[in-house]
Design a protein around this ligand. Structure first.
Ligand SMILES: O=C(O)Cc1cc(O)ccc1O
Ligand SMILES: [Fe+2]
Length: 456
């Protein structure tokens, strides 16, 4: 995929032709399209959604998507995917949860087989909710494409540590709009309904996926920050048209629908789109392009300051799912406890680590690992981080947080956790121990350092 080219701009209306002259020039649906292609619309919002939210693209393809045998339930082992979370299939817990990085499987496993749900809330059927999945894969998808009818996939490939260095590699994602090369440190968004296939050209891969039901990601408003900063629209890259016209007997479309997988056979690749135009597109973003804003004098900013993308609810300022990062940056605050504060949040926080360490956890939160602090579950820096911060003192001077990329999926909905994630051998049952050592430093400080009398 060395010859890849992209189109830049968040939310733009793009057009792309792999064969010049393949896009109808003056209408979407001519009686006969140029090069005798089929015209097919993919709608990401209702036809009647307001114009500023309306998402759709027109794909001009060799054969339309409908040309396949009937969908059948996929019979291949037990499924570890959910898209509707209830008391029968998952549990909510106020306990702080943390998982160690899961192993790359020893048996051949592609992106679909290696995908499992960790937690989520709501329902894909009711078009309100989210699921957080993880994947480990050691082989490319062969003669098959995946598609989620349930929601948008935000994929976060993760980079292995040195003793785990087989996991360095990114993903080559072929979509109906063209191809994306996504390395650890970059993210990809595959919107609801798009078919895509994941190749691992250089070895195993592990990562995280946030799937959102009933809405789409958008850039956050910047408020008083102004017109620039955080993730710049021009750094979001959409593919250019690319097509495969070969005869592909036994090609399998795997469709996630209501959390279940269905398969349908066809004799051609779904990546047969010769030209397309529209604003409903897969895209990627390099997290190192993010321009962080933060305090320059005192106190610790709320993590919303680092929002890359947000999926809104109907309530202003309340996200179905925010994607927030903790990138390398300078800490300069004076007389301030600089790591994340201790807190309880009405929103629920799922965290992952792409590489390096995380500023609130000296130990135990590893690249490829994850944590979940649900609604009002107390959390914050571990004992080592607290003690080291206090020992360093308030006027430590500017300090650059380097070589790190942690992230958070934050939701107003309360996640329920899948049984397999709760019972996983990678669950860190000792997580609570990281705070147990926090001791009381309480002393009454009078003017002369003497004990002060209580005032009744
Ligand atoms: O819990 C966490 O580590 C995430 C987080 C980071 C931060 O800087 C402030 C609040 C917060 O929830
Ligand atoms: Fe938090």
């Amino acid at each position: 995929m060395d010859d890849l080219s992209y189109q830049s701009g968040y939310g733009n209306t793009f057009s792309s032709e792999a064969l010049p002259g393949s896009l109808p020039a003056t209408q979407n649906s001519p009686l006969l399209c140029p090069n005798s292609l089929y015209a097919e619309q993919i709608s990401g919002t209702s036809f009647t959604s307001p114009r500023n939210l309306n998402l759709r693209s027109w794909l001009y393809r060799i054969k339309p998507s409908v040309t396949h045998e009937p969908f059948k339930p996929r019979v291949k082992g037990k499924s570890f995917l959910l898209s509707e979370f209830n008391q029968c299939n998952s549990s909510a817990t106020p306990t702080q949860l943390r998982w160690k990085p899961i192993d790359i499987p020893s048996s051949p496993t592609d992106f679909i087989d290696g995908l499992f749900t960790v937690c989520g809330a709501g329902s894909s059927f009711l078009r309100h909710g989210f699921a957080i999945h993880m994947y480990t894969a050691n082989k490319s998808m062969e003669n098959s494409a995946f598609c989620s009818a349930d929601g948008d996939f935000l994929v976060v490939p993760q980079k292995g540590t040195l003793d785990d260095d087989q996991i360095q590699q990114g993903l080559w994602i072929t979509t109906e709009c063209g191809r994306l090369q996504v390395s650890p440190g970059e993210i990809a968004v595959l919107p609801q309904g798009f078919r895509f296939s994941v190749d691992l050209p250089d070895g195993p891969s592990r990562g995280y996926v946030a799937e959102i039901f009933g809405t789409h990601f958008q850039l956050p408003d910047l408020g008083p920050i102004g017109a620039n900063g955080l993730a710049a629209p021009r750094d979001f890259l959409a593919p250019t048209a690319w097509f495969d016209e070969s005869h592909r007997p036994g090609y399998t479309i795997v469709q996630k629908f209501g959390g279940e997988l269905f398969t349908a056979k066809q004799d051609f690749s779904p990546f047969n789109v010769v030209a397309w135009h529209g604003n409903y597109v897969p895209y990627k973003y390099d997290l190192s392009k993010f321009c962080p804003y933060n305090t320059v004098l005192f106190d610790h900013s709320d993590p919303s300051i680092n929002t890359v993308l947000t999926a809104p609810t109907d309530k202003p300022g309340v996200a179905l799912l925010d994607f927030v990062i903790f990138p390398p940056r300078w800490l300069v605050a004076e007389h301030t406890f600089r790591p994340p504060y201790y807190h309880r949040n009405c929103m629920s926080e799922f965290m992952g680590l792409i590489h390096g360490g995380y500023e609130a956890k000296a130990d135990g939160f590893l690249p490829g690992g994850s944590s979940l602090h649900s609604c009002m579950t107390p959390h914050g820096p571990d004992t080592k981080t607290y003690e080291a911060t206090i020992a360093r003192g308030n006027e430590a001077g500017p300090f650059r947080i380097k070589d790190t990329m942690a992230f958070m999926f934050e939701s107003c909905l309360i996640p329920r956790v899948c049984s397999w994630a709760l019972e996983s051998p990678f669950m860190d049952h000792d997580y609570y121990q990281c705070w147990i050592g926090l001791r009381s430093h309480f002393k009454r400080e009078g003017k002369d350092g003497d004990e002060r009398n209580d005032i009744h």
